[in-house]
Design a protein around this ligand. Structure first.
Ligand SMILES: Cc1cc2nc3c(=O)[nH]c(=O)nc-3n(C[C@H](O)[C@H](O)[C@H](O)COP(=O)(O)OP(=O)(O)OC[C@H]3O[C@@H](n4cnc5c(N)ncnc54)[C@H](O)[C@@H]3O)c2cc1C
Length: 381
């Protein structure tokens, strides 16, 4: 293909080594990982990069706070969290954008002793594994975060958990990937993955034109089972809506991410606090509901009463790609040269660095950074 030539010439030479379907955090992170390894990559996004779940996220990198038990998922989340500092530095070097990566920690607040005991027991495996988790009494919790309610009886402190600013992270990933040679085609709806024999050979667009490639990566989030030709069975990835309310304060009220019984607080450096989130199975319907806003605000003010005086910012929702076992689907499929990077549910921002590394390793034939068998598409039978 000539430089600048339109891709998609049926029967012509491949338009790219790799076509990525979907420009969310997965598509953008995979594009960067491939482009920096010298792989010719095009991202096909029906809207604009980051339009859906990824930009809606709260940006919590809660590998420990989100890990309810030891296992492959917890280990994958930890491995990905470990990669964030270097990735944030790389993005800054490539784009001069600070993606808001802060190793702020997560504080999980308890309002009764039983709750705190149960939470402490649940993280016994983390202590055994040498991960940093502290049990704080009420005084220590409120010394760490003075805005916490005086109903706080204690907290767990996940010292190494972190946060990032999703919109900025998405922008930096896209710009860095573009500078490294990846192409992004917005307004490009992929209708079908073309499979010839046992191999993925490219995609068919909405207008019927075909784009050929050596590899196809399906990273279409909640819409992944709707792309024709996917080996994913219907229902194996479905949308799980989450709503967020943004509160505006002139200066940061809390420094750490705060988890409470009814809401979490994800602070930004500029004083904003993102209050999340709901978990709703309402199909592909976006939207913010009165009841969710009421409940989120109540949960937030219960955690930090001063939030009652904050200005109300924007409210939004996003569709998390949920899988029946709540594990992502990453890697090879029954169709050769078709790779999946989807189903990341609540932790897609956190898992983006390791997912990108795995997909890039599969394309260039490098060793995988983790055992990916638990996340294989074949586990669905
Ligand atoms: C309210 C909320 C809070 C969250 N908070 C966190 C958090 O704190 N930390 C965390 O780690 N994760 C969080 N998540 C989860 C995280 O946002 C997701 O796991 C992640 O964004 C999924 O990324 P993705 O790229 O797979 O999907 P998406 O971002 O949805 O991207 C998929 C893209 O594919 C495109 N697409 C779909 N079909 C086609 C097609 N046929 N052709 C072309 N393009 C197509 C879509 O337009 C979309 O841009 C949160 C999610 C929500 C909703």
């Amino acid at each position: 293909v000539q430089p600048g030539a339109a891709p998609g010439v049926r029967g012509g030479s491949p338009a790219a080594d790799v076509l990525i379907v979907g420009g969310g955090v997965m598509g953008c992170a995979v594009a960067l990982a491939l482009a920096t390894r010298g792989v010719k990559t095009t991202v096909l996004e029906r809207s604009v990069p980051g339009a859906e779940a990824s930009i809606a996220a709260a940006g919590i990198l809660g590998a420990q706070a989100e890990a309810h038990a030891d296992g492959p998922m917890a280990r994958l989340c930890l491995a990905s969290r470990e990669r964030f500092a270097a990735l944030a530095a790389e993005l800054f070097e490539r784009t001069s954008i600070d993606v808001g990566y802060r190793r702020s920690g997560v504080v999980q607040v308890a309002f009764d002793a039983e709750q705190l005991d149960a939470a402490w027991r649940a993280v016994a495996w983390q202590r055994d594994a040498g991960l940093a988790v502290e049990r704080l009494d009420a005084v220590a919790a409120r010394t760490l975060e003075p805005a916490l309610s005086d109903a706080t009886i204690g907290a767990l402190h996940f010292v190494d958990d972190a946060r990032v600013d999703p919109p900025t992270y998405l922008r930096a990933l896209r710009i860095a990937a573009e500078r490294a040679g990846a192409r992004f085609q917005s307004g490009s709806f992929v209708r079908r993955i073309v499979v010839a024999g046992r191999f993925a050979r490219g995609v068919v667009m909405e207008d019927g034109s075909e784009i050929t490639a050596d590899w196809v990566v399906l990273a279409a989030g909640s819409w992944s089972t709707l792309v024709e030709g996917t080996p994913l069975p219907p229902g194996s990835v479905r949308p799980a809506r989450g709503q967020i309310v943004e509160l505006l304060l002139p200066a940061p009220l809390v420094e750490r991410v705060v988890y409470g019984p009814r809401a979490y607080l994800s602070p930004r450096d500029d004083g904003r606090v993102l209050v999340g989130s709901t978990l709703e199975f309402v199909g592909f319907r976006p939207g913010v509901t009165a009841a969710a806003v009421r409940d989120l605000l109540a949960g937030a003010i219960e955690l930090a009463p001063a939030l009652g005086g904050a200005d109300l910012g924007r409210c939004w929702s996003g569709l998390r790609p949920h899988t029946p076992d709540e594990l992502p689907v990453i890697g090879s499929t029954s169709v050769a040269r078709l790779l999946l990077a989807t189903g990341h549910f609540r932790n897609g921002i956190l898992l983006s660095p390791i997912t990108a590394e795995v997909i890039a390793a599969l394309v260039v034939g490098a060793p995988l950074p983790a055992d990916m068998a638990p996340f294989a598409e074949s586990r669905h039978g």
